[in-house]
Structures are given as C-alpha cells and as structure tokens.
Design a protein around this ligand. Sequence first.
Ligand SMILES: Cc1ncc(COP(=O)(O)O)c(C=O)c1O
Length: 401
Amino acid sequence: MTSQTLQQVALFEKCRQFTKAREVEAAGLYPYFKPISESEDTVVTIEGQRRIMLGSNNYLGLTHHPKVLEAAECALKRYGSGCTGSRFLNGTLDLHGQLEQAIADFLGKESCLVFSTGYSANLGLIAGLVARNDVVYLDKLDHASIVDGAKLCFGETTRFRHNNLASLESKMERDLGDRAALIIVDGVYSMEGDIADVPGLLQIARKFGAALALDDAHSLGVLGPNGDGTAAHFGLSDEVDIIAGTFSKSLASIGGFVAAPDSVTHFLKHHSRPLMFTASLPPANTAGVLAALEVLQSEPERREQLWANTRQLQEGFRSLGFDIGPTETPIVPVLNGRMENTFLFWRKLFEAGVFTNPVAPPAVPATECRLRTSLMASHTPEQIDFCLETFAKIGRELGVI
Ligand SMILES: Cc1ncc(COP(=O)(O)O)c(C=O)c1O
C-alpha cells in the first residue's frame, strides 16, 4: 500500500482551508508563539531585542525570586526531573501533600487537591462533580477551562449573562427543579479584569441549595487582605464552597488546585479523570510553588506595589482617552475594535519595545478585540511611563485616541 497524499485525506481538508493565520503572518502582523530567548522578570528578549513585558500573569514578579529558584533547584536534585506517573499511582510526593496543606490553610478551606495545571483543575472539578441529572451554571465570560469542564461532564450546562445575577436567578428558577447544581465563575475575569459579584452569587446559591465555586486564577496574590483571593476580598472565605486556581500566575510556576470540604476533595481523588489519568506536578515546580506561597505571605509589599502600578497604568490610560472597560484589577485591556487594527497596534508596540497580548475571536467577540496588558509588582514607574508614552504615540498615529 502506498501512503496517501495530503490532498487525499478528507480529515485534513479543514487544515488546508485554514489560511487566516498565514495571511496575517504574510502581512508581518502575526503576534502569537513569539519565542522568548531570555527573561529578566519585567524585561524579555524576543527576536534579539529587549522589550518590556506588559503581558504576563506573573503578578508578584516571583518567577525570578531567589527563594523560589533555590527551592526548585533543591527539589530537582532530591526528587529528580519528573514524577513519571499520576497522583493516583506512583506520582504523589510528600511535597504535593505539603502544598495541599499550605493552600488549604492559606484559603481557610478544609482540604485541597493539587492538579498538574489550572486547566485540568477546572476540568477535573466540573467533570468529577457534576453528574448526570445535575446542572452547572456558567457565566458567559468564564474561562475556556470551565467551559471545557462543562463539556466533559455528564450534567446539563446553562450559561448566564456576564456578572448578571438576574439572568442567573431567572434561569435557575426556570429549569433547575429539584436537581443539584454548581455555579462556577472566574473570581477575576481574565480578559476584562472585573471582579465577580460574590455576595450576590452566594445569595442565589443558598436560595437554590447550589454549590458556589470560584476560579481564583487571577485573584490569588492580588485580591484579599492577604492576597488570599476573591472570597477573602469580600470577607466570604468561609461561605464560598469551592476555590479553584492555578500556580501559573502569581505563584510563578505551573499547576492548579481545588480547595474544598474534605469529602469533596476525597471524592475527586477517586472520580476526577483529569487528576487520575495524567502525570503529577513535577518536583521542582511543586517546591517552587511552596516557596512562592511563603514569599506571597511574607512580602506583602509586593502586593502593595502591584496595586500602585495598577493605579498608575489605569489612570494613565484613562487620562489619555483609551477605553479600558470595567477593569478593577492589574488586568488592563485596551479595547480597539476589529482584529486587523488590534494586530497592527500590537506590532507597532512590539517594534517600539512593549510586549502585550492581542486578544481576538474566539476569546472575545469580533468587534471587541483588545490588547490585554497586565502588571507585575516588579515593573518600575519609569517602565510604566514608557509604556504609556508608547501607547499614546501609536494610539494617536492609528486614530485610536
Ligand atoms: C481564569 C483562568 N482559569 C484557568 C486557567 C488555566 O490555568 P493554567 O495555565 O494553570 O492551565 C487560566 C489560564 O489562562 C485562567 O485565566
């Protein structure tokens, strides 16, 4: 038998038809998968040029903290480079248990389960918990990992309008009946930077006997009196049933978690396929997160600086006339309409030495493309001023402001 040519394989037809990204590339505007060849915290080298990183989720600037690096190095030497198996079988380290205890204590939850990514934590939480005959309620702007978790579960999924309590309540009234329900939302929305209305959601959850889960990916280290997240920000840590999150942002590594009552994490340990059928978080990452969590608590000045930087950038953008939407956090999107305009704006900023993230469909509607900027505690006021001046110059040139 001879091998088939690419043209003969029907399954690949969609790949041949997909030309959009190559067209953007040919126009010199393709902004994705840019390799970073060196990173010094707020400054990265891409294509041989140093640029200010204004698009990371490294909110506290801990990826280069000496204590985090030292802990990761020690664990690498002690346990090796990987766990080569799932938590369920050969892949649980004492470090995973220590991290679970530390997160549970930090968030005031009974128990915690560590996953290999924040994405799989959401998948594992929803698919593990929401069974046939249950219902899961999602905010329309929930993160893709929540949407995918809902797709994977056997229960029914209902989406309500963004941060709109009336929309949620009317949907629950209309179709929940006597079924069990989970409401799950982002604590801080990753593309908008606004905060979930936790007190309102909690009232509705209680009214219908539903569980409330928050995805605190962008809130840990950012919101709350101790950087302990969205529930703590509202003084509702005890009331919110489940807190999920990631280690890939403030905690400067990779991995995710679900903090919940002990009976829930115990159940997930034995029913959550994204936990049971994938290899566990590597030693260096686990130890690095433990160290980062300690630094997060022992150096509150980092969080204060992050908020000072956030005020500087938000006020700067607003006074220049940019539309940054309803953001209340270090995630600061600059809205500029269609994808072509956004990519051109991105390219000019990139050439001028400022790295941002262009956000286009399917992450946002076609007319609501944006440059997502985000702050770090380690940005200097001078770096932020430089970014603002660069945005202003290019924004005027392109007629955005
Ligand atoms: C709100 C939210 N949840 C979950 C995730 C997934 O986290 P991870 O990168 O650890 O898979 C992200 C990351 O982009 C996120 O923004």
